[in-house]
Write a protein that binds this ligand. Structure first.
Ligand code: BTN
Length: 253
């Protein structure tokens, strides 16, 4: 058959000691004409970025990695890309976690939880380039030895679950699992394989959740995701809202 455009040997990797942000480095290289499928990792970041303009503290010992994609798919398919990223990170962490009781799950769209605490941050950034192409950067920070000083939710790190690995060891797994997840995402039509994989490890289906949208909050029951990767919020009375972007909190009862 035809070779996938996301086969392992299609990717390149630049490993840096020190950088402002691996996401910014990917975007700079895209502007300079990089063709994409480029991984940039750094031992430490001096200006690591989180979502919503927050800083991401980046001491040596955790994994800081960004993957540059150029025009990965038509816009309507990019909505399910975060699910592929979640599956890839899930599989990489699974590979280094000792077998045991720890529940490794994904939270919509792409948080990775161990026993319901967040162990990884993912920041997707897009940018139109001067030549009409579109750059998309997937930035991944995985807590191995360090955690943020404060966070609005429970956080954890891999050493607390018996995975005392180096960032390089974890990255070797991520490099492989990301290629596989992107292949599965790329093949997907309709009930995509990637959506099915995501559902198998989903946290909190059936539970009450609050979804924070830019302009308001909604409360309902998490009814799972549709085949395109949208969150389905059951508002009761037969009304189910598909949601494309928002922050999910499990409602404590
Ligand atoms: C979040 O706020 O949860 C997302 C955090 C994303 C952090 C990663 S670390 C590698 C990449 N480079 C950055 O500057 N941010 C992302």
């Amino acid at each position: 058959g035809e070779k996938s455009r996301f086969s392992l040997e299609a990717f390149r990797h630049v490993a840096l000691d020190d950088i402002g942000s691996t996401n910014s480095e990917c975007l700079a290289r895209a502007r300079a004409g990089d063709p994409g499928l480029l991984w940039v990792t750094a031992a430490r970041q001096t200006e690591g970025r989180g979502r919503r303009g927050r800083a991401w503290t980046s001491e040596p010992g955790n994994l800081y990695a960004s993957l540059l994609l150029i025009d990965p798919a038509p816009m309507e398919r990019v909505a399910s890309l975060p699910l592929a990223v979640a599956v890839a990170v899930h599989d990489a962490v699974k590979a280094v976690l000792p077998p045991g009781d720890a529940a490794l799950q994904v939270k919509w769209p792409n948080d990775i939880l161990i026993n319901r605490s967040k162990t990884c941050g993912i920041l997707l950034e897009g940018e139109p380039l001067a030549d009409g192409r579109r750059a998309l950067v997937i930035g991944i920070g995985i807590n191995i030895r360090h955690m943020p000083d404060s966070a609005p939710y429970g956080v954890t790190r891999l050493v607390d679950h018996g995975a005392a690995i180096t960032p390089d060891e974890l990255f070797a797994h991520l490099y492989q699992s990301m290629a596989l997840a992107l292949e599965l995402w790329d093949e997907g039509r309709g009930t995509a394989g990637i959506v099915r994989r995501w559902r198998e490890v989903a946290c909190g289906v059936g539970e009450r959740i609050t979804v924070n949208l830019p302009d308001r909050s909604l409360e309902g029951r998490f009814a799972g995701i549709d085949d395109g990767g949208l969150l389905l919020l059951d508002m009761g009375g037969g009304q189910v809202l598909p949601i494309a972007a928002g922050d999910v909190f499990f409602t404590r009862t």
